[in-house]
Design a protein around this ligand. Sequence first.
Ligand SMILES: Nc1nc2c(ncn2[C@@H]2O[C@H](COP(=O)(O)OP(=O)(O)OP(=O)(O)O)[C@@H](O)[C@H]2O)c(=O)[nH]1
Ligand SMILES: [K+]
Ligand SMILES: [Mg+2]
Length: 375
Amino acid sequence: MSDSATIEKKIEELEAEMARTQKNKATNYHLGTLKAKIAKLKSELLHGSGGKSAGTKNAERGFDVTKSGDTRIGLVGFPSVGKSTLLTSLTGTRSEAAAYEFTTLTCIPGTMKYKGARIQVLDLPGIIEGAAGGRGRGRQVISTARTCNLILVVLDSAKPVTHKKIIEQELFSFGIRINQEPPDIKFFKKEQGGIGYQEVVLQTKGMNADVARLVCKEYKISCAEIILREDVTVDQFIDVIEGNRAYIPVLYVFNKIDAITIEELDILDQMPNYVPISSQHKWNLEELMEEIWHRCNMIRIYTKPQGQIPDYDEPVILHSTNPTIEEFCNRLHRGIMSEFNYAWVWGKSAKHQPQRCGKEHMLCDEDIVQIVKKV
Ligand SMILES: Nc1nc2c(ncn2[C@@H]2O[C@H](COP(=O)(O)OP(=O)(O)OP(=O)(O)O)[C@@H](O)[C@H]2O)c(=O)[nH]1
Ligand SMILES: [K+]
Ligand SMILES: [Mg+2]
């Protein structure tokens, strides 16, 4: 048996053992150890023993496409669901589309402009079950997906919904955590002093000091400080120890709605996080772009040169994770910060119109900013 087959067999055995083990207080520790063992083996399967996590090793590179624009989104899905047709509809960049599977064999980038933002869209080869484990170009596809700010999981409306689960599983096993925030856990290794464990919030999902120690033991960590600041699962704790998880929002795109009945469409329409479209007929693309805009968490800042009206055509795009004046200046052009004195701000973030602000001030969508330089 090959190495990977041996590991897969071990994982299967452990998973079977987990399924047999009743969930209760007495088995909690045992389940924690099993989970840690499985996580470790899976990581070994993906990255070879030594078990370093996804994305760090050179061998684990995605397609070599330079990042451009204000944000990056990736099209991930089974073959022939219409990813390339969608890229062409959204960006105007032609990516070959055809009725046979695996038409696209590499990553094709395009750019779509929306609300003044330049959004890089990556068309990717189709993936199938087992992609993360090394089938086809799957690993390269998912490595590339890890570099995106948003993943569009493209589905064929007429195909079984199990496809969605399979794609999610593939992303998951490559360390991508979809539509969830990184858990609020502080974890760092120390030179000595054993395992320090603190709960800031009452734990109700299986975590406690003993489970934490058992999991650490599995990872051969003997000295570390652990502070749980929210109610977390053992899996979330393992994610933090493994490190290198990518927390990425996902939007589900149901394509080819022209091929289903109105009744079927009504059902799809009620699902959260879904946008039904037809990329071929360009149906509902406006709603899709609006949803993309929301999930990319971008904000538009208009610049106002002294004595002139603001430039509404070319907003500066910031990510709402870091919407400071300093970031705005750096986006305008490097070097501006050395001349920065203060800024006038109009809009939602200003307490009065305009407000005089320093570089730490947090901006809101559609604020107007005028930079005043040192004299
Ligand atoms: N009816 C219908 N067919 C579509 C739609 N979008 C794409 N197609 C068709 O579906 C087939 C596959 O489209 P592609 O764009 O090549 O799909 P893909 O996901 O890029 O496929 P791979 O690159 O092979 O993974 C083509 O025959 C398209 O014309 C749609 O909205 N409705
Ligand atoms: K195709
Ligand atoms: Mg394609």
